[in-house]
Design a protein around this ligand. Structure first.
Ligand code: BGP
Length: 480
C-alpha cells in the first residue's frame, strides 16, 4: 500500500546486515587463522556452552559440528549475493571484516595480503552497484590465539594488537569505506563474554573485576580506532554498536519501576555512556564499589576516552524486556536474551523473543534524548522457520509484517525529532545464527538452501519479502 506520509528523509540509508563469521565460510582459506566462532559448535549445545563455565576454545570435531566453517559460503559466492542486494536497491551493506583474515593469530607484525585482497574484491563489487559498505571491525570473533595466549580482552596487550589491525584496515580501505563500527553489541559482553570479550566465565567473581577490566580495554581500543579513523579518513564516520533492550516495569509499584530502570541503565547505557559521552557514568561507580572492582588504567586512558568519542550510535533492536524485582518462579521469559517476566501485551518469535515494534520507537527516543547523536538501526528482524512450497516459493508474510511494523515506528520516531541515518535489517540473506548456530533460524529476504545438519545445495532463492523490501527501498518507505 502507498502511504506518502511514510516517505523517509532524502538520503536515508536502506540496506541489510551480516557478519563475516556467520556467512563467509572458507574458514581455512586465504591463510585465515581460527577465530572464536570457528570453535563454537552448532545446535542445542551452543547456547549451553556459551553460558556454562569451562568452555575451552578447542575443536572437537568427533563430537560436534561447526556450522560457521562453511556458513553460507559467501567467501566464494559474494558476487552472486551482492547482485541480489543490488537488485533490492540497497544503498548500504553492513558487513564485518574477519580479524583473522588480516592477522591470522592476531600477533603478526605484517598483515595477510590474501585476506586484505578478499575485502578489496568485496568492496569493489559493492561499489560497482553504488552500495556503500558499513564495516564492523570486530563482530563476535577474535583470533583464538589471543584468547589462549592472553585471555581475550582481559589483557591490555590485546589493545595493541587491535589497534594495529584497525590501522591496517583503515589505511587499506580509506578510499572504499566511509562508515565504520568498532565492536558489535559491545554491551553483550555483560551476558555472553565468550563472543564479545573472548573469555569464559569460570567462577562467579569473573563477572566483576575481569569482565570490567576487559571492557575498559575495549573502550580504550575503541577510542584508538576512532582516533585512527579520523586521522586516516577525515571524511569517514565511525560509530559504536549497542544491543539495546528497552526495559519496562511490570507494574507501577515503585520498587519494580526502580528495578527496571536500574537494569536498563546498566545493560543499555553503561557502554554507550563511555563511548558516546567519553566518561564512565556516575551510576557505575556504585556498582564498582559494591563489587570491589578497581580498574587498572594507564595514564592517559581517561583523556583518550574523553577525546575520541564516536560520531554516531548504531544499535540492534529485537525485543523489549519486562521486569519486576521479585520474579515469581515459572513466570520468566525463557527466550528473551535477558529473561524478565512475560509481557501480556506481546507475542513472541518461535525462539521466544518478544516482538515489540513500539519498543523500537521508545528506544530511538530514549537514545536520542540521552545523547543527541545520529542513530543507525543496524540490526532488526525476525528469526523464523521458513517453508519452501512445492513451486519453490517462500511466503514469509510474517517477516514482512514484522519489518513493516518496525519501519512504521522508525518513521514515527523521525517525526518525534530523532535523527536516524538508516536501517539495515539483520541477516538480509539467511546465515548461521549467532546464539544457536542453527541455519533454520532464518532472517533473510534471500533463502539459502542449507539445513541445520549441514546438508543442502547452498542455492539462493528470493523470498516473498525480497520484492516487498525492494519496493520499500525504491519508494523510500512510502510503498509499505
Ligand atoms: C545479534 C548479533 C548477530 C545476530 C543477531 C541475531 O545479537 O549481533 O550476530 O546473529 O543478533 O541473533 P541470533 O542469530 O542468535 O538469532
Amino acid at each position: 500500500m502507498k502511504n506518502e506520509k511514510m516517505e523517509f528523509p532524502k538520503g536515508f540509508l536502506w540496506g541489510g546486515a551480516t557478519a563475516a563469521n556467520q556467512l563467509e565460510g572458507g574458514f581455512h582459506e586465504g591463510n585465515k587463522g581460527l577465530n572464536i566462532a570457528d570453535v563454537l559448535p552448532g545446535g542445542k549445545e551452543r547456547l549451553k556452552l556459551l553460558q556454562s563455565p569451562g568452555f575451552n576454545f578447542e575443536m572437537d570435531t568427533e563430537k560436534y559440528s561447526y556450522p560457521n566453517h562453511e556458513a553460507i559460503d559467501f567467501y566464494h559466492r559474494y558476487k552472486e549475493d551482492i547482485a541480489f542486494f543490488a537488485e533490492m536497491g540497497f544503498k548500504v551493506y553492513r558487513m564485518s571484516i574477519a580479524w583473522t583474515r588480516i592477522f591470522p593469530n592476531g600477533t603478526e607484525l605484517e598483515p595477510n595480503e590474501d585476506g586484505l585482497a578478499f575485502y578489496d574484491r568485496v568492496f569493489d563489487e559493492l561499489h560497482k552497484y553504488g552500495i556503500e559498505p558499513v564495516v564492523t571491525m570486530s563482530h563476535y570473533e577474535m583470533p583464538v590465539n589471543l584468547v589462549k595466549e592472553y585471555g581475550g580482552w582481559r589483557s591490555r596487550e590485546v589493545v595493541t594488537y587491535f589497534e594495529r589491525y584497525a590501522k591496517v584496515i583503515l589505511n587499506r580501505y580509506k578510499n572504499k569505506v566511509k562508515y565504520w563500527l568498532t565492536f558489535n553489541e559491545i554491551n553483550s559482553g555483560l551476558e555472553m563474554p565468550i563472543m564479545g570479550l573472548g573469555f569464559a566465565i569460570q567462577k562467579e567473581e569473573d563477572k566483576y573485576q575481569p569482565t570490567f577490566q576487559a571492557f575498559h580495554h575495549q573502550f580504550v581500543a575503541s577510542s584508538l580506532a576512532v582516533k585512527a579513523c579520523h586521522e586516516i579518513i577525515p571524511e569517514a564516520k565511525i560509530g559504536c554498536m549497542i544491543l539495546y533492550i528497552p526495559t519496562y516495569s511490570f507494574d507501577c509499584n515503585p520498587e519494580n519501576v526502580l528495578y527496571a530502570q536500574q537494569e536498563a541503565r546498566f545493560f543499555n547505557t553503561f557502554c554507550a555512556d563511555v563511548q558516546v559521552k567519553g566518561k564512565y557514568p556516575s551510576f557505575i561507580q556504585r556498582y564498582f564499589r559494591e563489587h570491589s572492582i578497581k580498574l587498572e588504567m594507564k595514564p592517559g586512558d581517561l583523556e583518550l576516552i574523553k577525546s575520541y568519542t564516536v560520531d554516531f550510535i548504531s544499535f540492534s533492536y529485537y525485543m523489549s524486556r519486562t521486569e519486576m524485582k521479585d520474579k515469581p518462579s515459572g513466570d520468566t521469559v525463557e527466550g528473551n536474551i535477558l529473561g524478565g517476566v512475560k509481557n501480556p501485551f506481546l507475542k513472541a518469535s518461535d525462539w521466544g523473543w518478544e516482538i515489540d515494534p513500539i519498543g523500537l520507537r521508545i528506544t530511538l527516543n530514549e537514545f536520542y534524548d540521552r545523547y543527541q547523536k545520529p542513530l543507525f538501526v543496524v540490526e532488526n528482524g525476525l528469526g523464523a522457520k521458513d517453508k519452501v512450497e512445492e513451486d519453490g516459493s517462500i511466503n514469509d508474510d510474517y517477516r514482512i509484517e514484522y519489518i513493516r511494523e518496525h519501519i512504521i515506528q522508525m518513521r514515527e520516531a523521525i517525526e518525534d525529532g530523532v535523527e536516524l541515518m538508516g536501517y539495515t535489517p539483520w541477516g538480509c540473506i539467511d546465515l548461521v545464527s549467532a546464539s544457536t548456530g542453527e541455519m533454520s533460524k532464518r532472517y533473510g529476504f534471500i533463502y539459502v538452501d542449507k539445513n541445520d545438519d549441514g546438508s543442502g545445495t547452498l542455492e539462493r532463492k528470493r523470498k516473498k519479502s525480497f520484492n516487498w523490501y525492494k519496493d520499500v527501498i525504491a519508494s523510500n518507505g512510502s510503498e509499505i
